[in-house]
Design a protein around this ligand. Sequence first.
Ligand code: LLP
Length: 427
Amino acid sequence: ARTVTRDGDGVLTVGGISVTDLAEEFGTPAYFLDEADFRARCRAWAEAFGPDADVFYAGKAFLSRAVVRWLKEEGLNLDVCSGGELSTALDAGMPAERIAFHGNNKSPEEIERAVRAGVGRIVLDSFQEIARVAHIAQGLGTRQKVQIRVTVGVEAHTHEFIATAHEDQKFGIALAGGEAAEAVRRALKLDGLELIGIHSHIGSQIFDTSGFEVAAHRVVGLLKQVRDEHGVELPEIDLGGGLGIAYTSDDDPREPHEIAKALSDIVTRECAAAGLATPRISVEPGRAVVGPTAFTLYEVGTVKPLAGLRTYVSVDGGMSDNIRTALYDAEYSVSLVSRTSDAEPMLSRVVGKHCESGDIVVKDAFLPADLAPGDLIAVPATGAYCRSMASNYNHALRPPVVAVKDGEARVIVRRETEEDLLRLDVG
Ligand code: LLP
């Protein structure tokens, strides 16, 4: 369903429109999102998991009203992790029962708003929050559906995962040492809560299903313990997000149906062995849904060859529209998209216009040696965690997100203006 291709002149097109036309109409830098691809990915996830499981799109990757409408139309649910994301979801018409509310430090005001709205689940992240949500729900005369987020002692990134007894990080309640079992004990006693399941999220940009399988195994272990101790079979387990995408040609991601099969096999097998009914599985992909669907289009400004080193190619954006390279050492690819070139490849580094040397968008890239100011270059796979983590550093204006489909381009998040910035400055 991807509609990104090159036209006869070698110019990149998306949804049938050339990047030269897009740059002229919407300016640069800008994110262009292939709506057909986004919808196809939603459908692939929904179909892979089928009617007996639920897919929650992780809104932190990128959220806007249009995205919420697409999710709703394509049958996905939505994971939000702040009052702001909750407002966007509700405003764009996502039914509250299809929303999961996450976070390690939800404010009482956010919790009350979520409970009043009737969100389908709140994922509890601490003992204090178990009491807090119960108290708020009871005060509102309702029982809130909740899951407890546990840390299973698995940390996965890319091809590797480590399974340890302890994780030194802020999320969830440890399975180790019986803490999660104690959390279940407390939640089951509270009138304001209806405990519907256990949640686990093991990491991000993961290519291997084995980390998820170890997590599922450990979560099922807890379900069994809960059944033995309380005679209660919790009906759901959520295995979080984290499926990786291809940023460069070295990356080899799994498909939704592979992860769906791996999870359903292990959960079914282990529950059968433990004499438990198979719980309903849910997952929360963010990056794998939206990441590949957008690219950032930049205009080349200064081109500065450093003899014997590399050529620094400065673009009109930078770490304010893609912090991932600076923050995580993330790897991206880049290509010249406004024309073809037969010039020799030159070792390049694509950098932004911000006032620091770490302002790198693509660390190592080959671009044609005749690259010149005014050329357009595109960085693919910037749909996830780029616009959503964009900043106003150096009073940069955050770029627009433009959805392209069937020859039509539509701004879904507009470009910030200097007036927007000045409006906040009330000193
Ligand atoms: N569910 C939970 C509870 C999460 O914490 C996350 C991501 C997801 C789902 C979605 O994970 P995904 O499928 O998108 O990997 N800013 C970082 C990624 C942070 C992810 C945080 N949690 C980045 O740009 O790589």
